[in-house]
Design a protein around this ligand. Structure first.
Ligand SMILES: [Zn+2]
Length: 391
């Protein structure tokens, strides 16, 4: 028996790279079979959904930095540390559903506890969650940033073993806390947690095993070291100094030269503060750095850090895209960063973020033009995940 063929039509299409007119996407078995921009009629056996002349069809969006196990409350750290497995899994399940409803069909989870995102991926069907690119617990120094997630590791042999453990368990990416962080009592975002040789060892081992490698880095020297060590994505990229922030131009130049992805932390729920206090104090200067990174031509992807606080609830992603546009990124570029570019950054190139034959049928339909006004990313008419309409 032939499986059902869906023909989805819309007046406008963004295919992950370019804008097209009058598009039709054919979907079968969760995969895009074909894409047509010639105005050809749908195959007669197809089930047709025409979203109309004003609608925009695009690939589902990709959030490069989330924490599904974190519940987005003021007590998120206490909950993710102390709650039992079932409770944390329930938090993650709800976070995943909310994220998918917001049009985000792929997330990269950069810090869970006890590899619970892998359990989530196994237990919850794809149509009830985004695709999850999982890091498991971040590798961190003893007592260091987010030590409570269970990834404390030091010394070359132990670091190599920690990378191998993540590969064996089925993680896609290794997350390393290269500097301290502002969310962890006793940890300082100004301090480095690993030296350059440790960072290089981690990056090399991850790449040897076919995994991506992402670094949390606030401190200036930590950022310089992870760029040098060959990390794929740098999270936050915030250049914290004791006085505030200080972008180091030669580091940004090197990022541009290497094509390293900068995962910019964006997206705050309107009416809420950014998080945590160390970021609040530096916020205006941080946004100035983001604007400079955007203008530099560096490869940029949006990551929300959703889950860590009430200002960063799951599903906050559309506000992150609006923020990028406000900081000077052209709307079309914002859409590229949120789809095809993000797919490359998280290791899903060709499968996600593009409307091409053989790509997964994770799709978003908007009611108006995100090229004219990026806030249209919140004007959602439909979301498809693995070929199933989920909204
Ligand atoms: Zn994070």
């Amino acid at each position: 028996m032939r499986s059902e063929l869906l023909a989805l039509r819309a007046g406008h299409v963004f295919d992950g790279v370019d804008v097209r007119q009058s598009g039709m996407v054919l979907v079968e078995d969760g995969v895009i079979r074909d894409v047509d921009f010639t105005g050809a009629p749908p195959p007669e056996y197809a089930t047709v959904t025409d979203f109309g002349p004003d609608a925009w069809l695009l690939p589902g969006l990709i959030d490069a930095h989330v924490h599904l196990c974190w519940d987005g409350t003021d007590d998120a750290v206490a909950h993710v540390t102390s709650d039992d497995h079932e409770t944390v899994l329930e938090t993650a399940r709800a976070a995943a559903a909310t994220t998918l409803t917001a049009g985000v069909t792929t997330v990269r989870d950069l810090g869970d506890r006890d590899y619970l995102t892998l359990a989530l991926r196994e237990q919850v069907p794809p149509t009830q969650r985004p695709d999850i690119v999982a890091a498991g617990p971040p590798i961190t120094a003893p007592g260091g940033h987010c030590w409570f997630l269970g990834g404390e590791t030091e010394g070359a042999d132990a670091l190599r073993a920690a990378v191998r453990e993540r590969a064996e368990r089925g993680c896609d990416v290794v997350k390393v806390m290269a500097s301290g962080g502002a969310m962890t009592p006793g940890s300082s975002a100004l301090d480095q947690q690993y030296d350059r040789s440790d960072l290089r060892l981690i990056a090399d081992e991850a790449h040897r095993l076919g995994l991506g490698v992402a670094a949390h880095a606030h401190a200036v020297q930590a950022i310089a070291d992870v760029v040098d060590a060959g990390f794929d994505t740098i999270e936050h990229f915030s250049f914290f100094t004791p006085e505030g922030v200080g972008l180091r131009q030669e580091v940004l130049d090197e990022v541009v030269r290497r094509g390293t992805f900068v995962s910019l932390t964006v997206g705050i729920r309107p009416g809420k503060e950014p998080t945590p206090p160390a970021v609040v104090a530096r916020f205006a200067a941080l946004m100035d750095i983001v604007a400079k990174v955007i203008a530099s031509g560096a490869r940029v992807v949006p990551g929300t850090d959703s889950g860590i606080s009430p200002g960063k609830p799951h599903g906050v992603y559309p506000y992150g895209l609006i923020q990028l546009a406000e900081l000077g990124m052209p709307n079309r570029e914002v859409l590229r960063c949120a789809t095809a570019e993000a797919a490359k950054a998280v290791g899903r190139a060709g499968r996600k973020g593009v409307l091409l034959p053989c790509a997964d049928a994770d799709l978003l339909v908007l009611g108006s033009s995100p090229v004219d006004d990026i806030s249209a990313v919140a004007d959602i008419r439909a979301v498809y995940r693995a070929g199933h309409r989920v909204r």
